[in-house]
Each structure stands twice: as C-alpha cells, then as structure tokens.
Design a protein. Structure first.
Length: 863
C-alpha cells in the first residue's frame, strides 16, 4: 500500500532499465514524473480500495521515443481476502496502435484512391457485392452516387459483366488468379446492353482483376479496374502504320537499289491508311507538263475510284496547285472551300470531286525535274495536316520519284531493247549473245533458220557444243575465255559454224563485250555475216580472173604461134606443088606439113580458149543444132551409153557461131563419154530461162535477163572439189599422159565466154557431172533456114589486093601466094600504113585482105 515495487520482470530491460533498480522503491523514488506518479498511485489505490481489477493506459513521454502502454491492474488478496498487493501488467501498445492508425489511414487512402482513380475501379466482397466504387466507374452502372452501387450491385449477376464478355474472367479472379481480360472493342458491342456514358466512353478497354486475401489466405475482396486503352490502341495503330510506311519506304529504297519493281498501289494503301485519308494517288505529267494522268490510286472502303476519269487532264484546270508543284513546293489545303479567288478554278474542280482537304507533294528528281505529284485527300471532313504527315509524304515522294524515274528509264530501255531486238530479228545477219560461260542468251531467227534449230533447242545451251565444228571447238573456246578474261576479245574474227544437217557455213563476226550497269562483264554480243556464198563467189571470181589471165596469155601465145605456123604451112604447100611426089623431099615436106597442121589445131583451141577466134555470128536454133548432131553422136558414142534429149519447144534464137557451138557440144560429149567407161546415160536438154538480179548477184560475170539454157549431163564417175576447181584450166587433164591435150573444156569455156555466155559445172564423186551453159537471147524465135543459092565459081587473077599484116613472115607469104596466082599484091605492116596507101588517089585496090588482131586497130575497124 506504500506503493513500493516488490517484483518486476526482465521486460523492463527493453527500455534501458535493470529490474534490481526497481525493487523496494516507491514510484517517486524512481524519478517518475510527478503527474505519472499521481496517476499510477491513484489507479493502484483504487484497486486496493475496490478490490477490483482495473485497465487503463498511460504514456511514457520521452520525446521522440514516447511509448503508450496498456496497463492492467489485478488485486492480489491474502488468505483472509485482504488485498495485500496489486499486480500490474503493462503491455507496450505503441506499435500496435501505430499499425491500427496506419491501417485506418490506409483505408481512408484506399477509399480516396478508388474514389478518385483515373481508371474506373470497383471493389467487391467475396460474394461479388460492390463495397467500394470509384467516381469514374459510376457511369458503367448508370449511377450518379456511390451508394447507388455500393451494397446494391452484385457483379456476379449484373448484365454489364456478361455484355463485356467477362463472366469467365470474373470466375477466374475469384478463384485466385490475377486476370487481364482480352482487349474489348466497345464499338463492336450492343449499345443497349452497356451503359457507358459521361466521362468514361472508351473506344476500347481492358479489365484487370486482382483477388485480395485475408490473413487466413481466403479470397476476401476482388478489385476490378476498367482501363481505357483507346489512345494506346490508336497510338499502336499509328505506330504500326508508321512502321508499315517506314518498312514500305525501306522496301522501296531497297527495291530501287536492287533494280526490282515496286507495287506503288500497295505503298499508296499504306500511306492512305496511316493518314486516314479517303484517297491516295500519283499523277504524272506529260506533253511538256501540259497534261497529267492519274496512274496509281488507292481508295478507302466505301470511296469510289476516280482514276479512269482522271486521264489526260489539262494542268491548267488546276493552275494554282500545279504552279506550286512545278516549283517543287508542297500544297497543303486544310479546307478546300476556304481557297481564295486566285485558286477559284482549283477549288471548283476539287469540290466537284467532293474533296474537302488535300495534301500534295511534288515528285522531283535532279535529272528529270518535277515528274508529277503524290497526294492524299479527305472527302468526309476538313482537317489539318500535321508536320509529321508532310515530312512522311515528302520522304515517300522522294523514293517514289526515283522509282518512277527508274520505271521511265526501264521502259525506255525496254523499248530500245525491243527495237534493237526487232532489228536483230529482221536483218539478214546472225545475232548472238553469249554469257560468260559461253551459253546462249539470245539467238535470232535468222541464225535458227540458217542452222535448222528452234529457240528452245539452243537457248541456255553451250554455243561451242552446238554450232562449232569439233575440229574448231577447242581453239575457239580458248579464244573466247581468254578474250573475256583479258577483256580484249577480238573485235572481228571468222570461223565456220555447223548446221543441224552437218553443213558448214563460214561466218565473219563483229564482237562486243557486254557489261552491266556496275561495270561487271556479263557476256559477249556478236553480229555475224554468213559469207559462205560470198567466199565461194570470191573463189569463183578468183578462178575466173585466173582463167581470164591464162586465156589472154594462151590467146597471145596461140596468135604468135599461128603467125609462125602460117608461113610454115604455106611454104610447105608451095613446096609440095613444086616437088615430085615420088621424091624423098616431097615426103619429108609432107611430114612437116602434118606436124604444122596439128600444131595449128592446138593453136585454134588455144585461140578459142583465149577468145581470139573470129566468129561468124548468126541467129541460131540450138534445138536444130542438137538434132543435127544427134545421129553423129549416136554413131560415135559406144552402145553402152544411152543418149537422151529433152528439147524445149519454142526455143529462143541465140546469136552464135554455129561451128563453135557444135565444137562446144562435141567437146562436152567426148568428156562425158570418157567419164562413163562402163556405160551410163548422156542427157542433152535445152530451155528458155530468165536469170534474175538475185541469181546474177551470186554468180560472177552473169548478167540478168533472158537466156537459152543448154544442159549436158552424164552419170559418170564425177569429180571431186579439187578437180572442179581446175576443170577449165588449159592443159589440165585427169587422163593419163598422152591421152589428152587438156584443152577440151578450156576450149568450151573460151567459146562460151566469147559468145557472152556463162558456164557452170556441178559434180560429185560417183554422182555424175552436169554442165549448164547460158547463152544470152533477145527472146525472138529462130528463123527457118531456106535453100542456099548456088554461087558461081570465083574468077580472078587480075585484081589488086591490099594485104595488111603486122607479122612479116605471114605478110611475105601472102604476097608471094597472091602474086603466084596473078594478083597484084600491095602490102602494109600496120593499119596506119594501109590508110596512107589508100589515101593515094592513083592507087586502085579491089580487095582488102587484113589480119584481124593488130596494133592500133583491128581488121574490122580498118575495113
């Protein structure tokens, strides 16, 4: 009762005191504040007096460490029931009370947070009844005050949950899961089943659900947060659209670098969607900027296309807009109706298309200037175009301009290639393109037709394997690879190619190495001329020239020999007349004469080959000539050779020397007979033909026009190419030595050429030989030969004859013979001397006997 402490437990040490400091002391002796001592003593006294326990609280105020205690006082009686002491149990309630205070503050804060949350928030108890609702969530339940919802609405049964499709998600949340609902498109829901309005009218939202557990781990509450994701969805859509445009721009740039084709309609669709435009389009200028065409267009769903109606539009109809575009300036029109009078024409035309807002950016490149423009418009509303949109459209315009420029270049290149290909396909030249591996990339129709192939049989295949003869293949392939390797392929070369049938054609090539736009070598382009016939013609011309030279030489030699033989033969004849035929001298002179005459015959053949003979020309019927020779030939040719004639009726007359043409036929027949030692068939044909310009161009010395054709062919052993090349050369013979002079065909050649004709021979080994002779004709029929009038024998011996001969031996002989027969012979060694003699008026000449071939002038000219 004196308020002395009898016992205190060790818990006091938590407050910095030892238990022994308290034992036996009063509260006042312990330096307890007076007010607290008075309080404690009063409470203890009350327990002693009442005998009942008491409970109270006190605070130990030690500044910042002030502690609040819950103090329970319990009376302790002795055996007699007298209260002898009071047991005090003090519990430090500071932290508990602080926690409770904090909980109360947290509750208030939570309620305020829910009430004022930016997102509509609802808290429901474990039965689903709403116990707390935010102010912004009231419109979800068509309420105005919290008490209209709290304790009233149950989320398990409310139609909003079903309308939003959240029934399963709510069940999952109350099962303990943290649930984020799927994104909900409010515009797609039935407006009558949801009560959105007021401040919360989302276009799209998501509902987050958080289960809350109590101390026992049981679901105690569930928090529902309705999140408006409309702006985020719009931002995501804009981001996706922007990324799509950026990707499209990147793709366009990459495509442009790689030289591939871009889908501008697709790009316009991306731009139109990003800009939320009604139309996006590209116009290009033409005719020096006087007209424009809508070449690409995208329209939003429900917006009609106008591209077909926007072709060949005069730029003057949109003069204000086009003037800015031509100045490479964007055209930004937020409200078409607000355009001033300067743009009246533009305004009227735009309004006719229901366009209310317009954004146009020029399509410009440094090389081509302004080529057109790209534009987006809105036909549903006026709008302000943002800087980002303008920048984005300018970026797109820059890339599209380069793409369009490339398209123009490619179109021009394709047109050029088409024209070039048409040229290559229509010229009579070989056109060939090989890649770097020697595979055929292009081969024109001329080469295919020449070699007998189809395109799919050669394109992509190895040129050398198909067209180059095996013996030439290795060398040409090395030439090709080395030429490309050193980039110095021969600009010109020639080589044979082989056709499908195995025929060789000689081709002269003009070559050009091909490079791509980066300078990389991609192959070889060649233009080839088939010079097979040309080379054959050249070779034939060379042979003709050779024959002409040999002919002139042979003719000159024969003429000189003939001049030497004439005196020999003449003097032999005179000696034979004077010598006794029984003497040895007469016989010897006869041998000399025979040898001289054989030599004369050879000179006549040489003269014929050299075209030095004097021709007796007349209109000749070749058919009549062949018929007259037929019996002679039949008797002269062995019976194992059959002679056939095919003579065309109404044959035209030719101007020819009958005896010379007979000589031609006889020589060819003899040649054919020799070619058929075991028998065969000899055929003689005639016909009227017309040689055209094309034939004449491919045959040396041939003149186009009407000709009479004489064909003599046999079925004999034929000739090889080497023999054919020399067949008309004088003294060339395939017979054994001593069996032929080698002048038979040379004589034929000379006679035909002297008649202005042409002779061609065709022959193959074991296939026989055919000679074709063309004589020019005027196309008139031959005249019928009448009976020849009998001529009286010449009487003479008293006349004066002028002999003109440049060869002295011949001139002397002629003078002696004429004098012997009683003629008066005057001689001149040249035409000029003869003319001087004839100029003498006292000299009377009855006959002129002249050499044909002389210096100064020939005998005919002298006459």
């Amino acid at each position: 009762r004196q308020h002395r402490v009898r016992y205190i437990n060790g818990a006091v040490q938590k407050y910095g005191k030892l238990p022994q400091c308290f034992i036996g002391k009063t509260l006042r002796e312990l330096d307890v504040p007076t007010e607290l001592c008075d309080f404690w003593e009063g409470e203890i006294t009350a327990v002693f007096e009442s005998g009942k326990a008491r409970r109270t609280r006190f605070r130990l105020d030690e500044g910042e460490n002030s502690r609040l205690f819950d103090w329970q006082l319990i009376p302790e009686p002795d055996e007699g029931g007298v209260i002898v002491s009071v047991v005090g149990i003090a519990r430090d309630m500071t932290e508990v009370l602080r926690a409770l205070e904090a909980q109360r503050e947290h509750q208030i804060l939570l309620e305020q947070m829910v009430r004022q949350a930016p997102y509509p928030t609802v808290v429901a108890d474990k039965e689903g009844t709403v116990i707390l609702i935010g102010q912004s969530a009231l419109s979800l339940f068509e309420a105005h005050k919290p008490d209209e919802v709290e304790g009233v609405v149950n989320l398990f049964t409310h139609p909003l949950i079903e309308a939003l499709g959240l029934t399963e998600d709510v069940a999952k949340a109350y099962a303990g899961q943290h649930v984020e609902s799927e994104e909900i498109d409010i515009s797609a829901l039935d407006a009558d089943r949801i009560g959105f309005g007021g401040a919360f009218s989302p276009g799209a939202m998501r509902v987050d659900m958080f289960p809350v557990r109590n101390g026992a781990g049981e679901i105690w509450r569930c928090v529902f947060i309705f999140i408006d994701i409309t702006e985020r969805k719009q931002a995501e859509m804009q981001l996706r659209q922007r990324l799509a445009v950026e990707n499209a721009l990147a793709q366009m740039s990459m495509t442009l670098m790689l030289g591939e084709q871009t889908d501008l309609n697709h790009i316009l669709g991306i731009l139109g969607g990003l800009f939320e435009a009604c139309r996006a389009y590209i116009f290009t200028f033409r005719d020096d900027g006087r007209y424009m065409d809508n070449v690409w267009e995208w329209t939003a769903p429900g917006v009609s296309e106008k591209k077909e109606n926007l072709q060949n539009i005069p730029c003057a109809d949109y003069g204000w807009i086009i003037s800015q575009v031509q100045a490479n300036t964007p055209v930004i029109i937020s409200e078409v109706a607000a355009l001033d009078s300067e743009a009246q024409c533009d305004r009227e035309n735009l309004q006719a298309q229901q366009i209310q807002s317009l954004l146009v950016v020029p399509l410009y490149s440094k090389t081509s200037g302004v080529m057109g423009f790209i534009g987006v418009d809105d036909t549903s509303q006026t709008r302000c175009w943002t800087d980002d949109q303008i920048i984005l459209l300018r970026l797109a315009a820059d890339i599209i301009a380069r793409d369009i420029e490339r398209r123009h270049h490619e179109a021009a290149l394709q047109e050029s290639e088409r024209r070039f290909r048409d040229i290559l396909e229509n010229v009579d030249l070989i056109s060939l393109i090989l890649d770097v591996n020697g595979h055929i990339s292009f081969c024109n129709t001329f080469m295919l037709d020449l070699c007998g192939y189809k395109p799919d049989e050669v394109i992509g295949r190895d040129y050398f394997d198909i067209f180059v003869p095996p013996e030439e293949r290795k060398a040409l392939r090395v030439l090709f690879l080395e030429g490309l390797g050193t980039r110095s392929f021969p600009a010109h070369h020639e080589n044979p190619i082989v056709t499908r049938d195995g025929e060789l054609r000689l081709v002269v090539w003009d070559n050009t190495i091909l490079y791509d736009h980066q300078g990389a070598m991609v192959g070889l382009a060649s233009i080839g001329r088939d010079v097979t016939e040309h080379r054959q013609l050249e070779e034939h011309y060379r042979r003709v020239q050779k024959m002409e030279s040999v002919g002139r030489l042979a003719g000159g030699v024969a003429h000189d020999l003939n001049n030497l033989l004439a005196p020999i033969i003449g003097y032999c004849d005179m000696l034979l007349d004077e010598l006794d035929s029984k003497t040895e001298h007469h016989e010897n002179v006869g041998h000399i004469l025979n040898a001289a005459e054989r030599a004369r015959d050879l000179t006549h053949q040489l003269l014929a080959f050299g075209r030095k003979q004097v021709l007796q020309l007349q209109l000749l019927d070749i058919n009549t000539l062949v018929r007259s020779l037929h019996e002679v030939l039949r008797r002269a040719i062995p019976e194992n050779i059959e002679v056939l004639t095919f003579l065309t009726e109404d044959i035209h007359a030719v101007k020819a020397d009958r005896s010379q043409i007979e000589q031609v036929i006889l020589n060819l027949v003899v040649n054919a007979q020799s070619a058929m030692p075991t028998g065969g068939t000899l055929t003689i044909e005639t016909g009227n033909v017309v040689l055209d310009e094309e034939y004449a161009a491919t045959h040396v010395g041939v003149s186009p026009g009407r000709h009479v054709l004489l064909i003599i062919s046999d079925t004999g052993v034929g000739m090889d190419a080497a023999t054919l090349e020399r067949v008309f050369e004088p003294f060339f013979s395939t017979k054994s030595e001593g069996q032929g002079s080698g002048l038979g065909l040379a004589t034929v050649y000379g006679i035909v050429k002297q008649h202005g004709g042409h002779i061609w021979v065709y022959s193959e080994r074991h296939q026989g030989t055919t000679f074709k002779i063309y004589f020019p004709t005027e196309g008139i029929p031959p005249q019928t030969e009448g009976e020849k009038e009998a001529t009286a024998p010449a009487v003479g011996g008293k006349e004066a004859i002028l002999v003109v001969e440049d060869n002295e031996l011949v001139r002397t002989l002629a003078q002696q013979v004429l004098t012997k027969f009683g003629y008066t012979a005057y001689v001149a060694e040249s035409p000029r001397q003869a003319l001087q003699l004839l100029a003498d008026p006292d000299l009377r000449i009855d006959m002129l006997l002249s050499d044909v071939v002389m210096p100064e002038m020939n005998g005919k000219e002298l006459y």
